[in-house]
Write a protein that binds this ligand. Structure first.
Ligand code: SAH
Ligand code: SF4
Length: 348
């Protein structure tokens, strides 16, 4: 087990790191060397900082935890385009991170919590319950792990989706500070527009996010167009009903002038009916939005199944007839349980 008394290296922002270096009597410019090594060279161990003295490298390894994530299992889908890594954390908890290769994209899907408190019925992470929040550094580390692997093949990460285990707006500060650290132009310099956060619809946090007027993309998991059905699938809907979510979404669009995405996991005969499609269309008509339809992936503790492509395309046509843009997403990583909603730590 790792030593929890040390700060995790990616939890520190530049100023905090600089304070530590000053306490060690180091010159201020050292922080630039360290930042460059960590976030541009993607070095993951003090030994790689060969320009630093041995003494300095020892101070780093004695006082700061560099092993933030320990990969303990890796599986690839049969087409090799999707890969899932199970990471052990310092307290022996575990999370999963998914990496997807498309033709022109290399996307990593990061977790923000161990488990999730929201309890959505069809989601494996929800089914395991909530264990703890990840720190910003544990979120950053998932991205850098894949960025570093890619750099060895002279490839680059192009997108980060915050859609793994957990509800990012239930761990708002750590999620946003992870994005800030990765966005830092002295460091990893990953543009805000290349991030997408997906939320189950925590209304106060959608409002807070809208006020920040960021360039980060926002997706809201809707999955149902009436409160009865939505509450039966997503218990959090009892606290934040559809009307409030859609009002906050509208506010977000008006404030930021950015398109919002609505996610819809199509469950056969449950939320894939023409009636639901018409109701959804009437509720979001005219909003600057896009609907992503994904046939439901199977999980152990939910008996619903994904809709057929035929039902999915009827659903899509109804939305399109109202002028709503919409895409049926390909299922990815299903054979390795790395699809949406299938992530959980192994011991669950
Ligand atoms: N907690 C956030 C982000 C993680 S879940 C959220 O709920 O939005 C990422 C996406 O996967 C969400 O849209 C979620 O509703 C969806 N999802 C969950 N379980 C699924 C399943 N079994 N099949 C397809 N999508 C699922
Ligand atoms: Fe949590 Fe999202 Fe899964 Fe719901 S769908 S339980 S919010 S991870």
């Amino acid at each position: 087990m790792m030593d929890t008394s040390k700060p995790l290296v990616y939890d520190l922002d530049q100023i905090e790191f600089q304070c530590i270096l000053e306490k060690w009597g180091e010159k201020p410019y050292r922080i630039n060397q360290i930042w460059h090594g960590l976030y541009q060279k993607l070095w993951q161990s003090p030994d790689e900082f060969t320009a630093l003295s041995l003494e300095m490298r020892k101070l780093l390894s004695d006082n700061i935890e560099f092993n933030v994530l320990k990969p303990i299992k890796k599986i690839s889908s049969t087409d090799f385009n999707t890969e899932k890594t199970l990471f052990q954390l310092y307290d022996n908890q575990a999370i999963e991170t998914v990496f997807m290769r498309y033709r022109t994209r290399n996307t990593v899907c990061v977790s923000t919590q161990v488990g999730c408190a929201m309890g959505c019925k069809f989601c494996a992470t929800g089914q395991m319950g909530f264990r703890r929040n990840l720190s910003s550094g544990e979120i950053v580390a998932q991205v850098l792990y894949y960025a570093s692997l890619l750099s060895k093949e002279s490839e680059k990460l192009t997108n980060v989706v915050v859609m793994g285990m957990g509800e990012p707006f239930h761990n708002y500060e750590a999620t946003l500070s992870a994005i800030d650290r990765l966005n830092d132009s002295d460091g990893f310099n990953f543009g805000e527009r290349r991030f997408t956060i997906s939320t189950v619809g925590l209304v106060p946090m959608i409002r807070r996010f809208a006020e920040e007027k960021r360039q980060i993309n926002l997706a809201i998991s809707l999955h149902a167009a009436d409160n009865n059905l939505r509450s039966s699938l997503l218990p959090v809907n009892k606290k934040y009903p559809l009307e409030e979510i859609l009002e906050a979404s509208n506010e977000y669009v008006l404030r930021t002038k950015r398109r919002i995405t609505f996610e819809w996991a199509l469950i056969n005969t449950v939320n894939d009916t023409q009636e639901q499609a018409h109701l959804l269309a009437s509720r979001i008509k005219g909003m600057l939005c896009h609907v992503n339809i994904i046939p439901l992936n199977l999980t152990d503790r939910y008996s619903g199944t994904g809709s057929t492509l035929e039902r999915a395309s009827i659903f899509k046509k109804i939305l399109e007839a109202t002028g709503i843009r919409c895409t049926i997403r390909l299922r990815r990583g299903i054979d390795i349980q790395a699809g949406c909603g299938q992530l959980m730590s192994e011991d669950n």
